[in-house]
Design a binder for this molecule. Structure first.
Ligand SMILES: Cc1cc2nc3c(=O)[nH]c(=O)nc-3n(C[C@H](O)[C@H](O)[C@H](O)COP(=O)(O)OP(=O)(O)OC[C@H]3O[C@@H](n4cnc5c(N)ncnc54)[C@H](O)[C@@H]3O)c2cc1C
Length: 439
């Protein structure tokens, strides 16, 4: 029986080939939960991405911080669900020796914040409410702590955890493949041919720039992060839904480096049992960075959030930090951590997909919108289209939950959470005929 927050969606075309466009954490999690639910049935699932590999966008470059707190009220149930799913995977891995999840480095995450001025937990610049003041001696030893600082504890690791994002994404891909999901990279969706009365539609993919492949498609899920609105317009040029990114998109440059053997001879160790994340944002307006450790001796730092005009970015591989951006970030990180250039392991820059309403869109596009515009009737439409994008700063922690609720939506199952906050905000459908606009 459905609880008060639960809902059952209309029947969809669950029995039929499903194509998921976008192989970031959102597309991967959706494929995983769908494949789990359809295990043993003959329902092909294909994940296609134009990049040269999976998770090359924000998902493979992010910090991998997970937690069940810090979301706005409407997103909180999704945050809790997602955190629970990560914890359950971790518990299963602990119980079953050799479980592949072990390799993703899931560890508790202790979250600290530091202040250069008076301790003020009501400081609006703090990322999350502070659980309490903290002695400076409890800050991780890799941090160059200054006596003038005050420390605050945001989370003691009981409701926050961390994974290594690319490793986790590859783990999910492996699990999906074991369940029969097919992956195609270098695969750009070009057009979709939808005919009335036909059981399935045909999606045309351009592979590697030249080869054309046509695949059967009954359910289409667009989960291409920042590229989702442009992709929707390309596939459905005559469907007047104006999906939009937020006017400003968040972009962040990051560094990953080894903590050991610092230049000035100080050897710095990381905690092998728990990861630590330190928010330095309250220190100084211009020092908006956070630095965190992995249990394997590596550190990760991400710079201030840049806000750029919300147009579709180039593909992930073409988004690179400039040498100047990297130098600036390194210089700032060096104020707080012993950092030697020779210990630099990796760096990058990535876009986070944000939509105007400030929370993800996870919904089925109303079929009647297609019926009026495509060569298809309302009764006989052969394609169901779903959207899951706009996860902005929190897509990794919301990833597993988003995949689960998208699978439930597609299978017309009872939803684990109230999905109304994530609905496609169609404005004045009736007034505008079916010429819909996204708010
Ligand atoms: C530096 C940094 C740190 C972050 N830290 C955290 C964190 O600690 N915790 C957290 O929860 N979140 C964090 N985030 C946010 C998080 O990374 C994103 O919200 C999340 O990864 C978005 O996932 P996605 O799958 O929607 O998009 P993406 O990961 O960007 O994936 C989109 C995919 O779509 C593909 N694509 C592009 N065009 C097409 C097309 N035409 N057809 C099909 N596919 C296409 C791309 O190649 C890419 O693979 C961070 C982000 C950054 C940049």
């Amino acid at each position: 029986m459905a609880g008060p927050l639960r809902q059952v969606t209309a029947m969809t075309n669950a029995q039929g080939p499903t194509v998921i466009l976008g192989a970031g954490i959102i597309g991967l999690s959706t494929a995983y939960h769908l494949a789990l639910a359809l295990r043993g049935q003959n329902n092909p699932i294909l994940v296609a991405d134009p990049s040269s590999g999976i998770c090359l966008g924000a998902s493979g470059q992010c910090e991998g911080a997970l937690g069940e707190f810090g979301f706005d009220e409407q997103v909180q149930p999704l945050g809790k669900l997602s955190y629970k799913l990560y914890s359950e995977l971790a518990a299963r891995a602990k119980a079953v020796s050799g479980h592949a999840f072990r390799s993703v480095g899931y560890s508790p995450l202790i979250v600290h914040t530091v202040f250069s001025h008076k301790y003020d937990p009501s400081n609006p610049r703090l990322p999350y409410p502070v659980a309490g003041p903290e002695e400076l001696s409890k800050l991780p030893s890799w941090l160059r702590v200054q006596d003038s600082w005050k420390g605050g504890l945001i989370n003691d690791g009981s409701t926050a955890a961390r994974v290594d994002p690319p490793t986790f994404c590859h783990f999910l891909q492996d699990e999906c493949e074991k369940l029969g999901v097919e992956f195609l990279t270098y695969a750009e969706a070009v057009r979709i041919d939808q005919q009335a009365g036909e059981e399935v539609s045909t999606l045309e993919l351009r592979i590697g720039g030249s080869e054309i492949r046509q695949v059967a498609c009954r359910n289409l899920i667009i989960s291409a992060g920042s590229w989702s609105p442009a992709l929707f317009s390309r596939l459905f040029p005559s469907v007047d839904i104006n999906l939009r990114l937020a006017p400003k998109q968040h972009v962040q440059t990051w560094l990953r480096f080894s903590a050991e053997d610092a230049t000035d001879g100080k050897s710095v160790e990381t905690d092998a049992e728990a990861c630590h994340q330190v928010w330095l944002s309250p220190l100084d307006e211009n020092d908006d960075i956070h630095i965190s450790s992995f249990t394997n001796g590596e550190l990760y730092a991400a710079g201030a959030l840049e806000r750029v005009a919300g147009k579709t970015p180039p593909l992930p591989e073409n988004v690179q930090p400039s040498p100047k951006e990297l130098d600036e970030l390194e210089e700032r990180v060096r104020r707080y951590v012993y950092l030697d250039k020779r210990r630099m392991l990796n760096n990058g820059k990535a876009f986070m997909p944000a939509v105007p309403q400030g929370r993800p869109i996870m919904d089925r596009v109303p079929p009647e919108i297609f019926a009026s515009r495509m060569n298809s009737s309302k009764e006989g439409h052969s394609l169901d289209v779903f959207l899951s994008f706009g996860h902005d700063l929190d897509g990794f922690t919301l990833g597993l939950g988003s995949g689960k609720v998208m699978a439930e939506l597609l299978l017309a199952e009872e939803s684990s959470i109230d999905m109304s906050p994530f609905k496609l905000p169609l404005k004045d459908q009736r007034q505008a005929g079916l010429n819909c606009t996204i708010l």
